[in-house]
Write a protein of this length. Structure first.
Lengths: 217, 299
């Protein structure tokens, strides 16, 4: 199966555990060909990836070495990727307390459950910043959320909650401490679908054996 | 969490949301911090802190109550994954205590001795979310009406026998499938039969699913049991006595995590089921006296 540059881009949702179905629904609402991705072959067939919320310890242990290695390889090679909550932890370069990073592609430090236990989980107003978004306010659903404790020089803050950065972007890697898939705010899912479309246009998908699609309009 | 004071805690979305993050995972009963670490290192999505596993509660008899707060704190300090704990059905003060301890989820559980034969806890009154057991759709909907943010099958805890969990999952999911086939006017009678509010019944009929996450529990002892329940439609698995009353808890815990993730791949289930050592000794249902049954508590 091939996809032209204007076709629905294939966006995978890493399907080890957690809020997979919610992301698939959100991606389909904004026009993606969204698929659960649970193995190396599946990961090779996507033009963009969502790493959903869950427990990062489960992702680390239950994904399997082959899938984790493929994940590191594809994300480091520029696959557009959007992580929420545990997905942020999976992308972060540093995890407070000295845990090994999972992919380490996003130059931030995070403190797992840095906002507290479930009793502190909440819905709160977040503010999106230009240049990512000029349309200001959004709703953040924070569930035992990780706290971003350092933002690297090449990382843009996409959204804040009070003074805290809660959404960040570095190139084609975006991550949030909160759960947009639990709201009807589609802007971040639109972003990953747009980036996946551009990735497909610029790279084809070598893993799919389709060759490059340089210059396709 | 409200770092600048603007967060709204305890909303339905936040309560149900944590269960959504646990989907596809295994929640394991643990009685000590060491067991909690074994569970976490095996890939448990959460642990249930309790003093005695259901198999021992069944063996020892007597009134079974909320665990010692000291023991719950020890487990909270041992792991980073969510920690759940059980209160007795209707015992809202045990639930208040568990909330003050900041457990992540409260299981209002038939495994403990019920404190109220008529009423469950008003779960809307709490910031911490609740999971409740159910044997059929009506029971699940009544618990959701009371504020449960997650449902699990009751099964028959502490038996190592999956038969009741299968019955309950089939009953809940079959009940949902039947609702989706009814005409609008038939939903009123269905709500009456289910002894559940019409609005909730109509919502389930329209969506074809519960408004909260549905896990399975009660008698799951092997990787194949876990995969069976997932293939039947469970969104995740609670394992009570099955792990820490087996021969090799760490290996069995890991195997059940793998089988839950790869529930539709028999080759994986075969691999993880190999050389696991003895499973817990199971109990046949018809050897249990009616008063020994747990799933008939708190309907």
């Amino acid at each position: 199966m091939t996809h032209g540059p204007l076709a629905r881009p294939v966006v995978g949702v890493l399907s080890v555990h957690g809020a997979v179905a919610e992301h698939l629904d959100a991606l389909r609402r904004v026009g993606a060909d969204a698929r659960p991705v649970g193995d190396v072959d599946g990961l090779g067939r996507v033009d963009g990836l969502v790493i959903p919320g869950g427990e990062s310890t489960v992702l680390r242990l239950a994904a399997g070495d082959d899938l984790l290695a493929a994940l590191r390889r594809r994300v480091a090679a520029g696959l557009p990727t959007f992580g929420t909550c545990a997905g942020l932890i999976a992308l972060a370069r540093d995890i407070d307390g000295g845990e090994e990073p999972i992919t380490g592609v996003l130059d931030v430090a995070v403190n797992r459950n840095g906002y507290g236990r479930q009793v502190a989980s909440c819905e709160a107003a977040v503010r999106y910043l230009p240049p990512f978004d000029t349309d200001g306010d959004g709703l953040g659903v924070f569930i035992r959320a990780p706290r971003i404790t350092r933002v690297g020089a090449d990382v843009d803050v996409v959204a804040t909650w009070g003074d805290d950065p809660v959404a960040v972007r570095q190139g084609d890697v975006l991550a949030t401490a909160y759960h947009p898939e639990l709201t009807d705010d589609e802007r971040l899912h639109r972003w990953i679908v747009d980036r996946a479309r551009a990735y497909h246009r610029d790279n084809g998908n070598e893993d799919r054996g389709e060759g490059r699609r340089v210059g396709a309009q | 969490m409200a770092q600048d004071g603007n967060g709204q805690v305890g909303t339905p979305r936040v309560k149900a949301g944590l269960a959504q993050m646990l989907k596809g995972g295994v929640i394991m009963d643990v009685t000590t911090p060491d067991q909690a670490k074994v569970a976490e290192e095996a890939g448990a999505a959460a642990v249930m802190a309790l003093e005695r596993i259901p198999a021992d509660i069944r063996k020892d008899g007597g009134v079974s109550r909320m665990s010692d707060p000291e023991m719950i704190r020890g487990i909270q300090e041992a792991v980073t994954i969510p920690v759940m704990a059980k209160c007795r059905i209707g015992h809202f003060v045990e639930a208040q205590v568990l909330q003050s301890l900041e457990v992540d989820y409260i299981d209002e559980s038939e495994v403990l001795t019920p404190a109220d034969e008529a009423n469950h806890v008003d779960k809307h009154a709490f910031t911490i979310p609740f999971v409740c057991g159910a044997t059929d759709l009506g029971e699940a909907l009544r618990r959701i009406t009371e504020g449960a943010a997650m449902i699990r099958s009751k099964g028959e805890a502490g038996t190592g026998n999956v038969v009741e969990a299968v019955r309950h999952m089939r009953s809940i999911l079959g009940g949902i499938r039947r609702l989706t086939t009814l005409s609008g006017e038939e939903l009123y009678a269905a709500a009456k039969e289910l002894r559940a509010p019409y609005e909730l019944v109509a919502q389930v009929a329209r969506d074809g699913r519960l408004p909260v996450v549905l896990f399975t529990a009660g008698g799951i002892a092997t990787p194949a049991d876990a995969a069976l329940m997932m293939q039947l439609g469970a969104e995740g698995v609670f394992v009570g006595s099955g792990i820490f009353s087996s021969g090799d808890p760490a290996a069995r815990a890991r195997a059940i995590v793998e089988a839950t993730r790869h529930f539709d791949d028999p080759a994986v289930i075969a691999r993880v089921s190999t050389s696991l050592g003895p499973a817990m000794v199971g109990i046949e249902m018809d050897t249990l006296a009616p008063e020994a049954l747990l799933h008939t508590r708190g309907l």
